[in-house]
Write a protein that binds this ligand. Sequence first.
Ligand SMILES: Cc1ncc(COP(=O)(O)O)c(C=O)c1O
Length: 392
Amino acid sequence: MGSIFDEIIDRKNTKSLKWDYCRQRFGKDDILPMWVADMDFKSPSPIIEAIIRRAEHGVFGYTEASEKLSDALAGWMKNRHNWRIDNKWIVYSPGVVTSVNTAILAYTNPGDRILMQTPIYYPFYSSIRDNERELVVNPLKKNNGYYEIDFDDLENKLADNVKLMIFCSPHNPIGRVWKLCELEEVLRLCKKYDVILVSDEIHSDLVFKGHKHIPINSLAEGIHKKCITLVSPTKTFNIAGLSVSAAIIPDLELKSGFKKFLNKNGSNMLNIFGLTAAEAAYTSCEKWLGELLEYLEDNLNILVEYFQSNIPQIKVIRPEATYLAWLDCNDLPVPADKLKEFFVNKAGVGLNDGITFGKEGYGFQRLNFACPRKMLLEGMERIKKAVQALYI
Ligand SMILES: Cc1ncc(COP(=O)(O)O)c(C=O)c1O
């Protein structure tokens, strides 16, 4: 019997960024999009049913997140991540990027220095630059295809007047799940140099076997109170279009600063369907998530094996979490600044160009493998043919 995730769903003409905007993003319509981080799967049925029930009510006035939702989120954090949170620490926001921007505005001033570890999810570059803060980078070190934090560099940079650090845990695009000793060291250094730590944990529910996500804030009590955690059900349950997320801020002073700026921007009002979906996600979708993770891990194994056997010129950096594979294309006979064009025009697939994640992404591409297996095989087949043609 096939998996529910094998179903091919036509997403064209659904206002999908991934499927309906290929011309704007890649210059042509007829490509297989394997880029932006959403999945080509249906969301779990408890979410769909909850949305339908709420839609049928027919009145869509102003909303407020319920205590039931906070209980559900707190239960999720406790059961899945062994972190006991107080409902009073939760602030809802339309998205994690909104929350990162809010934290920047709330806790820093123009000209202040903000550190992040590169390559990294590209919107954070605009979060820093557009708010006129100064970017400080702590590039991740790559040893034999495995990325690690360069702690000497991190300490030197944090010591040099950094006010805030954006931490990505698990990390997009390189897919690391940070280990306990790494998290402890990040916390220790942030405490030592009095740096506010903003931990983006949007991918924390999408972790593969053999790895365990630890919320950095669950280690922070009594060590470093200037730590905020950003989570969301949107990646896990494929509801990014519903715009819902939460900031978990144990320190009351930081929490009130965050809320003030959220209100100032008018970003405090949430969408009723997002709130409804989040509640269903955190109460009724754990079984679905287990099945999803199995399917994604099978896709990942197939992807790694396929590239090793058929396209050895491209090295897959195997992610420990996320459904995003970081492809090292430096051995291809294609200049790094022509890679995007190569994948679009020769292979007919739309990937994320590595350079957008920072200069350490030069020569890399990011491939989203959260799609039905048939689609994944089609994408890889297209890449194989295009690569083979380079050597004829
Ligand atoms: C690390 C990371 N943070 C944030 C986001 C986006 O979050 P939101 O849609 O809630 O703004 C993404 C989406 O891919 C992501 O990978």
